[in-house]
Design a protein around this ligand. Structure first.
Ligand SMILES: Nc1ncnc2c1ncn2[C@@H]1O[C@H](COP(=O)(O)OP(=O)(O)OP(=O)(O)O)[C@@H](O)[C@H]1O
Ligand SMILES: [Mg+2]
Length: 323
């Protein structure tokens, strides 16, 4: 059994609830996600803006509940963990270290806050743990009493990472951890994540628009499209021989020079479809040059592709494995 598993996970949002004048609309942010994460791996999660990556992250963190389906960690539904158990097990690192830090708390207080809340050790032991963690994330000791406003973007993200790790969680969910940072700092933070992954034997879910980042860090990749995982597998296999036509388009977009970072701008003829009215059949079919009659009618399930080492693909007519 996988360390973390999502089974047939749906997440609906009701728009305009309670308004007597406007019809309520259901937005299907996740539409049957199947995902397995193994202990100790870095799983990259990619896909266009609005495909449901952050929603998936919130469900993993237990901040929100699925409308249907199950999120299991260590074989237990995440909803059965207490808030404290959850905090000890799984921690987030968000995109924007500017808004995720309390401006009135010093670096040391911020990093030590989870220990204080959990009443772990006495004040001296906590201060020692904070000092060790500051060193582990590359924050010099003289910053202990600094406030967020006095820090650079990279330093703030190091503080956020230290705070996430101080309670020794097993899983780190990083949602675009470097997108708000200067390009020059991004690789420092990514290298730090690689180092921490090794040191603390973490399981990391890395959400990123930037496929170059994912190819560099992730052991495995899951590609999402309109609220579903459409392909997953070993990173090099996915990058060298995508089986889903959507994955191939994402990779092509990455190779365009103007799209080296940031949002993939696909060379596809139409816009990302609406999660309020998803297309019937395969949700990618309106943009897929290979689409046939079956694709317009039946939603393909995510199934393992034979002979491709754990690869899964949700496509009626996948690309050949040597493509
Ligand atoms: N609280 C909410 N209420 C209503 N709709 C929501 C809510 N949160 C997300 N959505 C919708 O769910 C869909 C998925 O959003 P999500 O933020 O998960 O996408 P994403 O893949 O993280 O996008 P991005 O790459 O831009 O961060 C979007 O259509 C979004 O508008
Ligand atoms: Mg997001």
């Amino acid at each position: 059994m996988s360390f973390v598993a999502m089974k047939s996970v749906r997440r609906d949002y009701t728009l305009n609830p309670g308004s007597p004048f406007r019809k309520t609309t259901v937005l299907r942010a996740l539409r049957g996600v199947e995902l397995a994460i193994e202990e100790g791996e870095i799983l990259g999660l990619v896909g266009e803006s609005g495909c449901g990556k952050s929603t998936l992250a919130r469900l993993l963190l237990g901040i929100e509940q699925p409308s249907q389906g199950e999120v299991l960690v260590d074989g237990r539904p995440i909803s059965s963990f207490s808030a404290l158990e959850r905090a000890r097990l799984i921690q987030p690192v968000f995109q924007d270290p500017y808004s995720s830090l309390n401006p009135r708390m010093t670096v040391a207080t911020t990093i030590g806050a989870p220990l204080a809340v959990q009443r772990t050790g006495d004040a001296r032991a906590r201060a020692a743990a904070v000092a060790r963690m500051m060193e582990a994330v590359g924050l010099p000791p003289y910053l202990a009493n600094a406030y967020p406003v006095q820090l650079s973007g990279g330093q703030r993200q190091r503080v956020a990472i230290a705070r996430a790790l101080i309670g020794q969680p097993k899983i780190l969910v990083c949602d675009e951890p470097t997108s708000a940072l200067d390009v020059s700092v991004q690789s420092q933070i990514l290298n730090l994540l690689i180092e921490l992954h090794r040191t603390f034997k973490l399981t990391i879910v890395l959400i990123s628009h930037n496929l170059a980042v994912v190819s560099h860090l992730a052991d495995r990749v899951a590609v999402m499209y309109l609220g579903r995982v459409v392909e997953s597998g070993q990173t090099d296999a996915i990058f060298n021989a995508p089986r889903h036509p959507y994955t191939r388009e994402l990779l092509r977009a990455m190779l365009l020079p103007q799209n080296g970072t940031g949002l993939p701008k696909l060379a596809l003829n139409n816009e990302f479809p609406s999660p309020v009215a998803p297309p019937p059949g395969c949700s990618f079919h309106p943009r897929c040059e290979r689409a046939g009659a079956l694709c317009r009618e039946a939603m393909p399930e995510l199934v393992s592709a034979l002979g491709t080492g754990g690869r899964e693909v949700a496509c009626h007519d996948p690309l050949p494995s040597t493509a």
